[in-house]
Ligand binder design. Sequence first.
Ligand SMILES: O=C(O)CCC(=O)C(=O)O
Length: 253
Amino acid sequence: MKSTNGQLLTTYQKEGYLTGIRVADDTQALTYRNEYDALEAEVGKEKCEIGLIDWHFDYEFIWKISTLPKILDVIEELIGPDVMLLATHFFCKYGPREKFVAWHQDVTYWGLEPPDAVTAWYAIDDSDVGNGCMQVIPGSHHKGVQEHGKSDQEGNLLSINQEVPVTEDEADTAVDLILQAGEMSIHHGMIIHGSLPNHSTRRRCGLTIRYISPSIRQAEDNSLKRPWKPILLRGEDKHHNFTSVPNPYPLSH
Ligand SMILES: O=C(O)CCC(=O)C(=O)O
């Protein structure tokens, strides 16, 4: 991708998100969806909801999506030339069901220092208001890391049922991140985001791909009590904050 002369970075810094960026053409997007369908058939829908964490080590198509040059070009523009893949995690909502993702920030429980990470949300399926697309509260990352409580609503898909309090006025400013399969949105690690239930009969699957700069370190356990296993994808790691992890597959594109 040609440099956008800092436009993406300016918007990202101000709003905390970017959306509607095509990163895979229709043929690629269909291939990835077919591969996901096969994975779903293998492991079952329940596991697919939120149980597929870091499967880029085991399934090449997840690695391929996470290393798409069009995604990495954008990430590079936001965090600089040294880019590590921190983690991947599918969020798959089947409808019609009441499962939702409560308002939260990503980095609150990740134990990173400084708490700085960026997520690409890659649309495996078309994602819209009807099937519970992601929502963000623009600019909310400027408030820094916030204390989270527990959601009192049944069906929160988050690992420790966390939720950050949001006023009605704040919720009214939320933006729907409507994406077609093969597009991505980007969100800042401190932006408040979540998603409503999928009330349609269509699946809404997205692959969240987390990236950091190698200057970030793990200062505390994350909520899953697992050490992160970041992989250097671009540039150099001058910091060696993490045990080096080899690429699970070659970088094929
Ligand atoms: O896919 C969703 O609805 C939520 C994703 C999310 O919470 C995240 O990227 O941290």
